[in-house]
Design a binder for this molecule. Structure first.
Ligand SMILES: [Fe+2]
Length: 248
């Protein structure tokens, strides 16, 4: 990745990202290898800030992703800010943690003492998503006021194909029983590819972002009380206002 700053006297990138390093997670990306099949790109009909806010919102995890990300304990999530950057970690639930080596779908990439999902968002739009068996990058690219492109790339253990096959076979039994599925069960009014029944957390997020964007134009739109898990959204809006040179 190449970073370019339009100001010739820009501060160093090490200063920008430096304070983040101790909190960002245990992964060592340069020791992992990029896996082409994890690369994807898609567009979301929403402003880039809506996409960031969806990414950092802790509250939505238990609700929107109740059947797709339930292997992590959202109630035990820990998060804080390092300047404009958001840090996030949450542990695996007991069911996923117990004898975890037989449940990872790919070879382990972090020490057991550092188990969990490490999902920071570096301002303004670089999300990282690391787990016990992989490390992903989520680039948010504003295209238009109501259109954003997301580019995903992923790295995995530098192990042989046979190691991956073994791990995949070993873990398949657990995932069949654990049951990732859609938020709602399919019924006559919904197709199986409906984002609320398809069982794909990315599809759920895209749907939520687009609905959120649409709601801003509704005559019935209003803001209400903020849940504790939603406070990252308010903090993000303060960061954006600060960069716009506006009072918070
Ligand atoms: Fe989400």
């Amino acid at each position: 990745m190449i970073f370019v700053h339009p100001d010739p006297n820009a501060p160093s990138i090490a200063d920008w990202f430096g304070p983040v390093e101790p909190h960002i997670g245990p992964h060592v990306p340069e020791e992992l290898i990029e896996y082409g099949e994890l690369k994807s790109s898609y567009e979301i009909k929403a402003n880039w800030k809506v996409v960031v806010e969806n990414y950092i919102d802790v509250y939505h995890l238990s609700h929107l992703h109740s059947n797709t990300l339930q292997m992590y304990d959202h109630k035990a999530a820990k998060y804080h800010w390092e300047g404009p950057h958001y840090m996030f970690w949450e542990p695996p639930v007991e069911e996923f943690l117990e004898n975890q080596e037989s449940k990872l779908i790919a070879p382990r990439v972090i020490p057991e003492g550092a188990n969990g999902a490490w999902v920071p968002m570096l301002f303004p739009g670089i999300g990282l998503a690391g787990s016990e068996d992989g490390w992903n990058i989520f680039i948010i690219e504003p295209l238009e006021p109501e259109l954003t492109r997301v580019i995903n790339r992923g790295r995995v253990s530098n192990s042989s194909g046979w190691e991956f096959t073994k791990q995949s076979m070993k873990s398949s039994n657990f995932w069949t029983k654990f049951g990732l599925s859609g938020k709602y069960e399919s019924h006559d009014a919904m197709n199986d590819d409906d984002p609320m029944v398809a069982g794909d957390f990315t599809g759920e997020d895209v749907y939520a972002c687009e609905q959120q964007q649409k709601s801003l134009k509704s005559p019935y739109f209003e803001t209400g009380p903020v849940a504790t898990g939603e406070t990252p959204i308010v903090e993000h809006q303060k960061v954006v206002l600060e960069w716009l040179g506006r009072d918070k």
